[in-house]
Unconditional design. Structure first.
Length: 132
């Protein structure tokens, strides 16, 4: 759910009559709508790369009330993820399949948390030693 955006007067959206002061945007449902997305329940990060005019991917909201940090978050997320992949070796704890079930909360955390171990790659030792 995005933050509430209340309409100042009665309106009609997609054929639904909406009384004033009642609009809530359910981004979770929009992002999982099979009318908009092929295989909407699959993890496909490439959906963030390019969106045509008819599809709405809005993890940060849309319009004048969208998150001000959207641009920064999009840039930092890639750099952070790239750094984690480049600088550490990752191993799963256990051999069972990863449970991708989401729990019911605002930020959609995983129902069963993912546990992993990381170890700094050898190149990190030289980088960290140069920093001192």
């Amino acid at each position: 759910m995005l933050l509430p955006h209340y309409s100042s007067e009665d309106c009609t959206i997609e054929g639904y009559d909406i009384p004033h002061d009642t609009i809530m945007v359910n981004v979770w449902a929009i992002h999982r709508d099979p009318k908009l997305w092929d295989d909407p329940l699959s993890f496909k990060p490439e959906r963030f790369e390019r969106i045509n005019d008819e599809k709405y991917l809005m993890p940060f909201g849309l319009g004048r009330r969208a998150c001000l940090g959207h641009g920064l978050a999009q840039r930092v997320l890639g750099l952070t993820l790239g750094s984690l992949i480049e600088c550490f070796e990752w191993k799963r704890i256990g051999e069972e399949n990863i449970d991708m079930t989401e729990s019911k909360a605002t930020a959609m955390p995983k129902f069963v948390p993912l546990e992993a171990m990381c170890k700094a790659r050898p190149i990190m030792n030289s980088i960290l030693l140069k920093a001192h």
